[in-house]
Design a protein around this ligand. Structure first.
Ligand code: CTP
Length: 415
């Protein structure tokens, strides 16, 4: 299953270090090349000779132990995956703060391919507020994490903190390799979140969209190898590009500016259809009686980019034979026919309205959500959708986590 994969294992100082001997054997039996880097403290729990014998390779400990300095951490980054197990609270804390005071940490800092973190520690350490904050940081930065299990801990108590079994680590590694890179080389622009239309410096009009579906799409597209640009109404810390645009007009501008050379645009943001015409520069004071706000229509970003695609294609047809390529004057847009995916939120007649909407907007796919249901959609971690294509074929994706729904949507569209 792991034939010719280059796996780098990082072992830190914890009693679970001895279990990694079995993990090395599982990887080797499965055809992988294994190299091991350890922190100096790991060698208090397992010997260098054991790791060297099992992996069949030199074991790396320190940047400066050799006579002639070689940037080993850079050579080690050429591996396909870095599995840090057991990962101690100390290493996790340093990793999340960019500290590189040993070879394992320098390697992790320079590692551009997938990293799997498998923590193991005492229950109180695991529950420590800073450790938990660091775990959140790792996950939001795109690291894969295999959370510890509950059970008997080496410190003599039963609790959470036990390193997951080596078989689980092995399975997780296989799963990470089998993540299909169907979007490798593709540039994708995704919008997410509900826009906030200002009334005055402290108030705004918004909607119930949490942005979770758009972020799940961006995360999955990134894992599938895409070059992702996420334009969202609030900022997120992710390993891909994120542009923050709270209002519909800002989002429209950012989408158009970033459309160039994209293979696909997914408009999952809940863009407000209206904005306040005259935003007050000062906080509006209560004056008694009514307050009237005049709302004006926002641009329909989805419809505009679909229209722009048609305009550019017909323009290219007209000028291409003469000029060979588009002149810079035409906004420098690379006009390959990007795929456009829209979303639609409906509280009644879902399919009927969705079919009408895909034709009105002119996109290639429309993902339809039923917002009348309380168990899915807005603010929920789960969703259930219908994918409608421009020939009005319908594919139902059953209720699942937004993560899995996002994966299914991308697979359906790109496979
Ligand atoms: N959309 C957009 N710009 C807008 C409104 C919506 O780009 N001003 C996009 C959304 O990102 C979504 C799709 O259009 O991909 C459908 O959004 P939805 O709110 O369901 O539809 P509306 O166009 O607002 O139509 P209606 O209000 O009539 O349901």
């Amino acid at each position: 299953m792991l034939e010719n994969k280059n796996i780098l294992i990082g072992i830190t100082g914890g009693i679970a270090a001895y279990k990694i001997c079995n993990l090395i054997r599982l990887y080797k039996k499965s055809g992988a090349n294994v190299r091991v880097v350890v922190t100096p403290n790991a060698l208090n729990f397992v010997t260098k000779l054991t790791l060297q014998t099992l992996s069949g390779n030199e074991v790396y400990v320190d940047n400066f132990e050799i006579d002639e300095y070689k940037p080993e951490h850079i050579a080690l980054t050429e591996s396909d995956i870095f599995v840090i197990a057991p990962a101690s609270a100390n290493t996790i804390g340093k990793l999340t703060n960019g500290i590189c005071d040993n070879l394992l940490l320098s390697t992790a800092c320079a590692f551009a391919r997938p990293i799997l973190i498998v923590p193991a520690m005492n229950e109180n350490m695991w529950n420590n507020k800073f450790v938990q904050e660091n775990m959140t940081k790792l996950k939001t930065a795109g690291y894969e994490v295999l959370e510890p299990a509950s059970g008997f801990l080496a410190c003599g108590v039963n609790g959470i903190g036990r390193m997951r079994e080596v078989e689980d680590i092995f399975e997780k590694t296989v799963a990470m390799f089998s993540q299909k890179q169907i979007l490798k080389g593709k540039k994708i622009l995704i919008t997410a979140g509900g826009t906030r239309e200002k009334i005055d410096p402290v108030r705004y009009i918004t909607n119930s969209s949490s942005g979770k579906m758009g972020i799940a799409l961006a995360d999955n597209a990134y894992k599938m190898g895409a070059d992702v640009t996420l334009i969202s109404t609030f900022g997120v810390e992710k390993p891909y590009r994120n542009i923050v645009t709270p209002t519909a007009l800002e989002m429209e501008k950012a989408v158009k500016e970033n459309l160039s050379a994209k293979d696909c645009v997914i408009m999952s943001a809940a863009v407000s259809d209206y904005r306040v015409e005259n935003v007050s520069e000062q906080k509006i004071k209560k004056q008694g009686g009514e307050l009237n706000l005049k709302l004006v229509e926002n641009p329909d970003i989805l419809k505009e980019i679909c229209q722009e695609r048609i305009n550019l294609a017909s323009h290219q047809e007209a000028v291409a034979p003469l000029e060979g390529e588009m002149s810079k004057g035409q906004r420098g847009v690379n006009i390959k026919p990007y795929v456009v995916v829209g979303f639609c939120a409906e509280s009644e007649n879902l399919i009927e309205n969705a079919k009408a909407k895909i034709q009105k907007k002119g996109c290639d796919y429309l993902i339809a959500n039923d917002i009348s249901r309380k168990d899915i959609g807005f603010n929920s971690n789960e969703n259930e959708v219908y994918i409608i294509d421009k020939s009005l074929n319908i594919k139902h994706i059953e209720k699942d986590t937004k993560e899995n729904i996002a994966k299914r949507i991308l697979e359906e569209i790109f496979e």
